[in-house]
Write a protein that binds this ligand. Structure first.
Ligand SMILES: [Zn+2]
Length: 65
């Protein structure tokens, strides 16, 4: 097993698996965070939060002719 940051071999059970140390763990965390900032999260208006959704369609009706 190798540290994804510095490619050093990592001992399983070292405490920072899969990283070799806390330092590499933080580096990876920083990379992940910066990556997150790069991708703009789609903010949708929470219309669904406004109570129950209105039902305009009538289920199981109007099928017979
Ligand atoms: Zn490392």
């Amino acid at each position: 097993m190798k540290c994804p940051i510095c490619q050093k071999s990592v001992e399983p059970g070292g405490g920072w698996v899969p990283f070799c140390s806390d330092r590499c763990r933080l580096i990876d965390l920083g990379n992940w965070a910066s990556e997150k900032y790069r991708i703009p999260a789609p903010l949708e208006p929470s219309a669904a939060d406004q109570g129950e959704p209105e039902q305009h369609e009538q289920p199981e009706r109007g099928q017979g002719q």
